[in-house]
Design a protein around this ligand. Structure first.
Ligand code: NAD
Length: 385
C-alpha cells in the first residue's frame, strides 16, 4: 500500500530524531512491502527562519492532504524573545487547531529493562507498565469563557458540550478495544456539575462497547492510584485540565523523557505523532541547527525526495539524542492512523530487543550497558526488525 506522510523535523534535536525514525520506517516499507511518500514541511523555528511565520499555510495544506503527520520538536532559545504569535509554540498550537486534533494519546510505558529509572518500588511496578492516557484537547477551562474583575477576582469557565465528550469517549473505547479492554474515566463528579455531565456521556458511549470494562475515579484518587497501584490501569480517559496533570504524572513514573511517544488525533484515523519531549537545545548543535532544511528557504521545493536522510553526511550534530520516543511515535502512527498493526508491533518489539541487548543513549545509560548515539541506536533497532 501507498501512504502519504507529512514530516515536520522541526528544531534542535528534531531533525536527528526524525531522521533516525524515517530510516526505521523505510525498513518497515521494505520488509512489509509498503510505500511511504514523505513530504517534508516547515513549522516552528525553522519556518520562522525560512519565511517569518511559525506555521506557513502550505504546511497546513500538505498535512491535511496526508494520511498522518510525524513531528520532531519545535522551539529553542534562538526564538525565545519573539512576540507570542511569532514564536515556535504558535506553530504547534496552530497545527493542533487547524488539523482538528482533539484527542491526545499519551502512553506511559515502562520497559522491563529500564525499571531502575522508575521512581516507584519494584513490587509496585512488577514486570513493567503500559498505561494509555486519553486527554481531551479542545475544551474545559482552557477554552471556556474567562474574565477578570480588576485585582478582586478572576475566572475560567469549565465547560464541555455533549459532542465533545461523546467523541473523546468513543476514541478511548476504540483504543481500549485494541488493548486490554478496560477504560477508567477520571473526573470530579462528587463536586463538579460538568463532571457529572461528562460521566453520563461516557456511560452512554460505554453501552456501545459491552466488551470493555468501565470504571470511574475522582481525579484526586486517580493521582494517588497512579503511584500506589498503576498496574490497575489500561486506558484512562479524562478532560483537558485533569489530563494535562495526570499524563505528566503517568509519564514521569516511567523515568525517561526520551522514551515516550504521543499522538494527537482528529476524527477518523488522521493524527499527528510526536515524542513528548522538546527540542533539547542543550544536546542539539544550535550553530548548525536544522541542516535538513536550513539551506532551503524556498519551501516550494519541499517534496524533493527525502531530504531527511539524503543529506546525512552534512549533518554535524552531537548525536546524543535518544531517538526511541520518536521511533515509537512512528509505531503509534502505523497502529492508529494507518491500521498497520503487525508493523507497529514489529517496531515495538525491535525497541524492546535493542534495550534487552544493553544498548543505551546517554539519557538512559547505566553502568554495564553499551553507550550509543542517536544514529547507532536507530541502526540497532533497524537491525532487530
Ligand atoms: P526538552 O524536553 O527539550 O528537554 C528537557 C531535558 O530532557 C533536557 O535536558 C534535554 O536534553 C532532555 N531530553 C529531551 N529529549 C531528549 C532526548 N530525546 N534524548 C535525550 N535527552 C532528551 O524541554 P525544554 O528544555 O523545557 O524545552 C526546550 C525547547 O523545546 C523549548 O523551546 C520548548 O518550548 C520546546 N518544547 C517543544 C515541545 C514540542 O515541540 N512538542 C515540547 C516541549 C518543549
Amino acid at each position: 500500500m501507498d501512504y502519504k506522510i507529512a514530516v515536520i523535523p522541526g528544531d534542535g534535536i528534531g531533525p536527528e530524531i526524525v531522521g533516525a525514525s524515517i530510516k526505521v520506517l523505510d525498513k518497515i516499507a521494505e520488509k512489509f512491502n509498503h510505500t511511504f511518500n514523505y513530504t517534508e514541511v516547515l513549522a516552528g523555528g525553522a519556518a520562522i527562519d525560512a519565511c517569518d511565520n511559525p506555521l506557513p499555510q502550505e504546511t497546513v495544506d500538505i498535512c491535511l492532504d496526508s494520511d498522518a503527520v510525524l513531528l520532531g520538536a519545535l522551539g529553542g532559545p534562538k526564538w525565545d524573545n519573539l512576540p507570542g504569535d511569532k514564536r515556535p509554540e504558535a506553530g504547534l498550537l496552530g497545527l493542533r487547531k487547524s488539523l482538528g486534533l482533539y484527542a491526545n494519546l499519551r502512553p506511559a510505558i515502562l520497559y522491563e529493562e529500564l525499571k531502575a529509572a522508575c521512581p516507584l518500588k519494584p513490587e509496585i511496578i512488577g514486570e513493567g507498565l503500559d498505561i494509555m492516557v486519553v486527554r481531551e484537547l479542545t475544551g474545559d477551562v482552557y477554552f471556556g469563557e474567562k474574565g477578570r474583575d480588576g485585582d478582586f477576582a478572576a475566572w475560567d469557565i469549565m465547560k464541555y458540550t455533549r459532542p465533545e465528550v461523546l467523541r473523546i469517549a468513543k476514541k478511548a473505547f476504540e483504543i481500549a478495544m485494541k488493548r486490554d479492554k478496560k477504560v477508567t474515566n477520571v473526573d470530579k463528579a462528587n463536586v463538579l456539575e460538568v463532571s457529572r455531565f461528562w460521566r453520563s456521556c461516557v456511560e452512554e458511549v460505554a453501552k456501545d462497547y459491552p466488551e470493555v470494562e468501565l470504571n470511574h475515579l475522582y481525579v484526586d484518587n486517580a493521582a494517588m492510584q497512579l503511584v500506589i497501584n498503576p498496574k490497575q490501569f489500561d486506558v484512562i480517559v479524562t478532560g483537558n485540565l485533569f489530563g494535562d496533570i495526570l499524563s505528566d504524572e503517568a509519564s514521569m513514573i516511567t523515568g525517561s523523557i526520551g522514551m515516550l511517544p504521543s499522538a494527537s488525533m482528529a476524527d477518523g484515523k488522521f493524527g499527528m505523532f510526536e515524542p513528548i519531549h522538546g527540542s533539547a537545545p542543550d544536546i542539539a548543535n544550535q550553530d548548525k541547527a536544522n541542516p535538513i532544511h536550513g539551506s532551503a528557504p524556498d519551501i516550494a521545493n519541499q517534496d524533493k525526495a527525502n531530504p531527511i536522510h539524503g543529506s546525512a553526511p552534512d549533518i554535524a550534530n552531537q548525536d546524543k539524542a535518544n531517538p526511541i520516543a520518536t521511533i515509537v511515535s512512528v509505531a503509534m502512527m502505523l497502529r492508529y492512523s494507518l491500521d498497520l498493526i503487525a508493523e507497529a508491533d514489529a517496531i515495538e518489539a525491535a525497541v524492546k530487543k535493542t534495550l534487552a541487548q544493553g544498548y543505551r543513549t546517554g539519557d538512559i545509560f547505566s553502568a554495564g550497558m553499551a553507550l550509543v548515539g542517536t544514529t547507532q541506536m536507530g541502526q540497532k533497532i533497524i537491525d532487530n526488525l
